[in-house]
Design a protein around this ligand. Sequence first.
Ligand code: PHB
Length: 399
Amino acid sequence: MTSRLPSRRLILSQSAAVIGAASTGLLLPQIVRAQPNKVRVGFMLPYTGTFAQLGVAIENGFRMAINEQGGKLGGREIEYFKVDDESEPSKGVENASKLVQRDKVDVLIGTVHSGVQMGIQKVARDSGVLTLIPNAGVHAATRALCAPNVFRTSFTNSQPTLALGKVMMDKGLKKTVWITWKYAAGDEAFEGFKESYTKAGGTIVKELGLPFPNVEFQALLTEIAALKPDAVACFFAGGGAAKFIKDYAAAGLKDKIPLYGSGFLTEGVLDAAGPAAEGIITTMHYADSLDTPRNNQFRLAYAKAYRSQPDVYAVQGYDTGLLLVQGANAVKGDLSNKPTLYKAMEGATIDSPRGKWTMSKAHNPVQDIYLRRVEKGDNKVIGVAAKALADSGAGCKMG
Ligand code: PHB
C-alpha cells in the first residue's frame, strides 16, 4: 500500500525550506514527495478468498481505463490506496473507514461482496465520499439506501435473473430447483428468478442453500438427484462457482438435468471448470463473444496488458474507470465540485464493451441482458434476454 501524503502544514513548511535552500544553492530531496494535487483513489476489494480473482479483474479493468487517459483523472495524477476486504462483512465498516479516515481518499472503489457493500454504504453515506460500486449487487445500495455520492457500474442482484425464468419456461422446463449461497446476493438473485419464472408459469420445486463461502455441495447434489427437477438454476461466483460446476458434473447430473444460472456462474472460471461447464446457459449483462468493434478492441487490449482474458468483472472495473473519467473531465479534475461532478455522472452514457448503458435515477446501470451458452470454453451469445433493463430502484427518493 502507498504511504500517506504529508499534511498541508508540512508541505508548506517544506516549500518554505526549499525556497530558502534554493537561494543558498541547497535543494532538499523531500520536495519530491510533496504532491498535494494527486487524486486519491482507494480500492476496497477482495484480494484473498473465493472472490480474489474478481477483485484483481476489477482493479485491472479500472487501471486500463485510466491508463487510456495517460494515467490521469481530469488532468491530475493519481495516488492509489488498497485494502483487502476479504469478502468479510463484519470488517466492512472498519475497512472502508481505513480508506476514508486514514488515507483520506477522494474516491472509494468497492466492492464485490454484497454484505461488505453494506458496510461501505454506511461509511459512504456518513462521510459523503464519492463511492463507485464495481460489482456488489445488493439492492439497498441503489434502492432504499441510495445516495447522491454512490454510483453503481455493475448490476443489482436481481437484474440478471429477472431475464432467466422466462428463458427456461420457453424451453419447456417447468419444474426447477434453485440453489445458492445464502446471503444477500443469492437471496436477491432468487427474487429476480422467482418473479420471472413463476410469472411465466414455472414451479420452483425447492430452494436449496449453503452459507457463503462454503463449497461442500455433495449432500445438496444428492438431494437434487432425488428431486429430479426439469432443471437447476443457481447463483454462485468465483472459485466456488468453478467447484460447483465440476461437482455437478462429477455427481452425474450434467447430462440429466440442465444447469442454468445468473451469468456469474460461468465468469472467469471456464478454464478451471473445463468440459464440465460445456452447455451451461446463463443470463448476464456481458458475454465474451459479443462481436462488436468495441468489445473486440477491449478484449485485445486487456489480454495484451494483463496476459489473461477479461470477464464481466474486468468490464465492470473498466466501466467504473470510464464513468469516473467522464465525471472528472466535467469538473477538470476538481472532484470537490460535487453538483457538477454528480450531474455529469448521472447523465453519462458509458460506451462499454458490454454495449452502451446509462445511469438510472437511483444510480444503477440500465442495460441489455444477454443469453449465453458455454461453447468450447467461451460464453457465446445466443440472444438478448432483456433490452435496456432497469432495476426498480424501489424506495430510492433521488431523481
Ligand atoms: C455480491 O455479493 O453482490 C456478488 C458477488 C459476486 C458476484 C455477483 C454478486 O459475481
